[in-house]
Design a binder for this molecule. Structure first.
Ligand code: DQA
Length: 150
């Protein structure tokens, strides 16, 4: 069975391409999914790619990723507000990497705090759509390293 990564997106990320392009770029979420699907396929990985505008649904997406080889999570604004999402991340065994297209530390103060970062394996932000790929590559590396140890 091929290893699988879940790439999970929170609120307003379905608006990429039209939403504040000077901050988030011109790529749509479908463009980002296509880029990741191609690159992950080359590396022999399956991809589950999801987006929701609802906090509880995002919590359920995280639960559903429990058996996966890793999770790339762009929780959007829920990053800065959601204890429930942080608890969901703590509840699963799969490593989770928090990602953001924008450099949240160069933006408003309310974006500097993350409920997810303390329970994530790591954080990638500020590289636009490439943030997702950098996180996916880190998960692949972690996976390969784990496989070598066993
Ligand atoms: C974001 C950053 C968040 O602060 C914001 O609420 C988003 C997008 C990003 O990818 O840069 O919705 O997660």
């Amino acid at each position: 069975m091929a290893p699988v990564l879940h790439i999970l997106n929170g609120p307003n990320l379905n608006r990429l391409g039209v939403r504040e392009p000077s901050i988030y770029g011109m790529a749509t979420l479908a463009d980002i999914e296509a880029m990741l699907r191609d690159r992950l396929q080359e590396r022999g990985y399956d991809l589950i790619f999801r987006q929701t505008n609802h906090e509880g649904e995002l919590v359920e997406f995280v639960h559903a990723a429990d058996g996966a080889n890793g999770v790339v999570l762009n929780a959007g604004a829920y990053t800065h507000t959601s204890v429930a999402l942080a608890d969901a991340v703590r509840s699963i065994a799969a490593p989770v990497i928090e990602v953001h297209l924008s450099n949240v530390f160069a933006r408003e103060a309310f974006r500097h705090h993350s409920y997810i970062a303390p329970v994530a394996q790591g954080v990638v932000c500020g590289f636009g759509a490439q943030s997702y790929w950098l996180a996916a590559e880190a998960l692949i590396e972690m996976n390969e390293a784990g496989r070598l140890e066993t």
